[in-house]
Write a protein that binds this ligand. Structure first.
Ligand code: CDV
Length: 309
C-alpha cells in the first residue's frame, strides 16, 4: 500500500526586480510549512524562479538570457535542494534552461528526497507566437524564447510512485496524459502561468479560463487513473494578472484540495496510490480496450484535414 502526503506550493506574482534568492526564500518558506504538514512530495509552478517574461518582446533574444539557468542546482537554488534533502522531501519545479549548446527550454525537474534530479522534462506544447503581434491584448512569446522540448513525456519511479511531468499548456492536450498513462503514471505534476484573459478574445476571461484549466486536469487524471497536482504562479505580475486555482485531483477526476487565494499558498492532500489501480484495471485498462489500429492520425498528422465538399 503506497500512501503519501502530497502538496502544491502556489506562488504569487514574481516581479521583474525580484532576485532568484528572494524567490527561493519564498519557496523555502512554503517547504517549511509543507514539512510541518507531513508533505513528502511538493510541486512548484512553471518558471518558478522568475517573472513570466514571455509577455515582453525583445528584438535580440540574447538580452533575455539572464532569465535562464545554465546549471541546476546552482548558487541560488542549492539551499532549496539542501532543505528538501534535510526534510527527506521530494519535489518538482520549473525553470528556464540554457544548455551548453545554447538551446533554450522551458524545463521542469523531479528531485528525489536524496537531492538527485531523477527526471527532467522540457515543455512540448509551447503556446503563443514568435513575433510581436499588436492585435493581442498582451504578448505571449514562448515560441520566441524557447525551443519545443526534446525529452518527450517520460516517467520515473520516485518514492515508490510512478511520477511524470507536464508544463502548463501541456495539461490541455490529451496526448501528454496518455503517453504518461501508457507508462503507468500515478502522479502527474504540473506547473502553470496562465494569464486571466485570452489575448485574442474579450469573451474569454478568468471564469472560463479557470473552468478550462480544471476540466483539463480533472479529465486527464480520470482518463489515466492518476493523481495530478497542478500549481499556479499567479496574481499580479508586472501589471499582468494570472489566475490562481491550484488543485490536487484524485484518479477519479475529483478535486481533493484547492487554493483559496492568489498568493503564496500551500495545498495538501493524502494520496492513496492503490486507488490508481481500479481505473487502470477496469474502464481504462489500456491493454484490454485500446484500439491502436484506429489512432494513426494522432501521430501522422498535426493539423485538421477536412473531407472534400
Ligand atoms: N504558460 C502557458 O503555457 N500558458 C498557456 C496560456 C497561454 C493559454 C496555458 O495553457 O495556460
Amino acid at each position: 500500500m503506497t500512501k503519501m502526503i502530497i502538496g502544491g506550493a502556489q506562488i504569487g506574482g514574481i516581479q521583474k526586480a525580484e532576485t532568484r534568492e528572494e524567490v527561493v526564500a519564498r519557496m523555502m518558506a512554503l517547504m517549511d510549512q509543507a514539512h510541518e504538514k507531513g508533505v513528502e512530495f511538493l510541486t512548484y509552478p512553471e518558471m518558478t524562479l522568475t517573472t513570466f517574461f514571455p509577455r515582453f518582446y525583445v528584438e535580440d533574444r540574447a538580452e533575455f538570457d539572464h532569465w535562464f539557468e545554465t546549471e541546476m542546482p546552482n548558487h541560488a537554488t542549492a539551499p532549496l535542494f539542501a532543505k528538501a534533502k534535510g526534510y527527506g522531501m521530494g519535489f518538482s519545479f520549473g525553470y528556464c534552461e540554457l544548455t551548453p549548446e545554447g538551446e533554450h527550454f522551458n524545463t521542469s525537474i523531479i528531485v528525489s528526497p536524496e537531492g538527485e534530479i531523477v527526471l527532467k522534462y522540457r515543455k512540448t506544447h509551447l503556446p503563443g507566437h514568435a513575433e510581436y503581434e499588436p492585435e493581442r491584448s498582451h504578448q505571449h512569446l514562448e515560441k520566441r524564447y524557447f525551443l519545443a522540448g526534446d525529452t518527450g513525456f517520460n516517467v520515473v519511479r520516485n518514492q515508490g510512485v510512478i511520477m511524470g511531468l507536464a508544463i502548463c499548456n501541456d495539461r490541455r492536450w490529451p496526448e501528454s496524459w496518455r503517453v504518461m498513462g501508457l507508462q503507468g503514471v500515478q502522479l502527474v505534476t504540473i506547473g502553470y502561468n496562465t494569464p486571466s484573459q485570452n489575448n485574442l478574445s474579450k469573451d474569454e476571461g478568468i471564469e472560463r479560463r479557470v473552468y478550462h484549466h480544471e476540466l483539463s486536469v480533472c479529465a486527464g487524471a480520470y482518463q489515466n487513473s492518476t493523481y495530478a497536482v497542478a500549481v499556479a504562479k499567479c496574481g499580479m505580475e508586472d501589471g499582468n494578472h494570472m489566475f490562481a486555482g491550484s488543485i490536487i485531483v484524485d484518479p477519479d477526476g475529483f478535486v481533493i484540495a484547492r487554493a483559496t487565494g492568489e498568493g503564496d499558498e500551500l495545498i495538501v492532500a493524502e494520496a492513496d496510490f492503490d486507488k490508481c489501480a481500479f481505473g487502470k484495471s477496469t474502464v481504462f485498462n489500456f491493454e484490454a480496450h485500446r484500439r491502436t489500429e484506429h489512432y494513426g492520425l494522432i501521430v501522422s498528422q498535426t493539423g485538421v484535414k477536412e473531407p472534400a465538399q
